[in-house]
Design a protein around this ligand. Structure first.
Ligand code: ADE
Length: 248
């Protein structure tokens, strides 16, 4: 069976996954294009795990290598995002149903947001894989949510599903997040990789799913909120969600 691809932008967003793989004793690491791919098993599931680094180009290059070099036919991307939708708060989790690039604009040649010559602006995540991932998130929240909310003084830890938008910008002002929400009123979260993964997977008929924990609300407090969430909390979410997903 082909391995599952697992990606994140930054090490904190992978939690203890690489350590868990190393502990199973079969991990080998392959470096391609200045990126390490860890090949092995987690809970007996064959996986290839990589740190994409930040942004759409990095994500697309990593997804391509997973498909072409490692034969991946299913991949999940895990990490943090800025909350954009009403009621999407720090500590919540968003599982992407559709992904789009909010900074893509080849108009007037092509409609705003549309990927030129592919004819789509929005790309769907795989329903089956996303359902499994959302179920893992629900189990994580049921088991560990209350303790995390208490410990880190979060508003809560709800699981949302819907549109995630991606762009090569860290959105960090009230004005920018307002205009993003006005232009794309159904967007739940903003990040910098998901739509690139979804596009490459669409091009190759590979299944993908994207899970994001909300680290900030993309406003004037975003930088401080993102930094402390990444340092203190993101790993617990990723570890808890991935462990439940992979053990299922
Ligand atoms: N990832 C986490 N927070 C983000 C933000 N505010 N903008 C873009 N990507 C993010």
């Amino acid at each position: 069976t082909p391995p599952l691809g697992v990606l994140a932008a930054l090490p904190q967003e992978l939690g203890d996954l690489v350590d868990a793989m190393r502990a199973e004793g079969t991990m080998r690491t392959v470096t391609i294009g200045r990126r390490d791919y860890h090949v092995g098993t987690v809970h007996g599931t064959p996986c290839v795990v990589t740190l994409a680094r930040i942004g759409k180009v990095a994500a697309a290059a990593s997804a391509s290598a997973l498909i072409h070099v490692f034969g991946v036919r299913q991949m999940i991307f895990t990490g943090v995002a800025g909350g954009v939708g009403p009621g999407v708060r720090v500590g919540d989790i968003v599982v992407g149903e559709t992904l789009m690039q909010h900074d893509l604009d080849a108009s007037p040649l092509f409609p705003r947001y549309e990927v030129p010559l592919l004819g789509h602006a929005r790309f769907a995540a795989d329903t089956g894989l996303s359902n499994q991932l959302a179920a893992a998130c629900e189990r994580f929240v049921a088991d560990e949510g209350a303790a995390l909310v208490e410990r880190f003084r979060l508003h809560g830890a709800r699981v949302h599903r819907g549109l995630i938008v991606s762009g090569d910008r860290f959105v960090s002002s009230a004005q920018e997040v307002r205009s993003l929400a006005a232009a794309l009123p159904d967007a739940l979260a903003v990040e910098m990789e998901g739509a690139a993964i979804a596009q490459v997977c669409y091009e190759h008929d590979v299944a993908c799913a994207i899970v994001r924990t909300i680290s900030d609300t993309a406003d004037d407090h975003a930088t401080a909120s993102f930094t402390s969430f990444l340092t203190d909390i993101a790993g617990a979410y990723s570890s808890g969600i991935l462990r439940r997903f992979l053990a299922a």
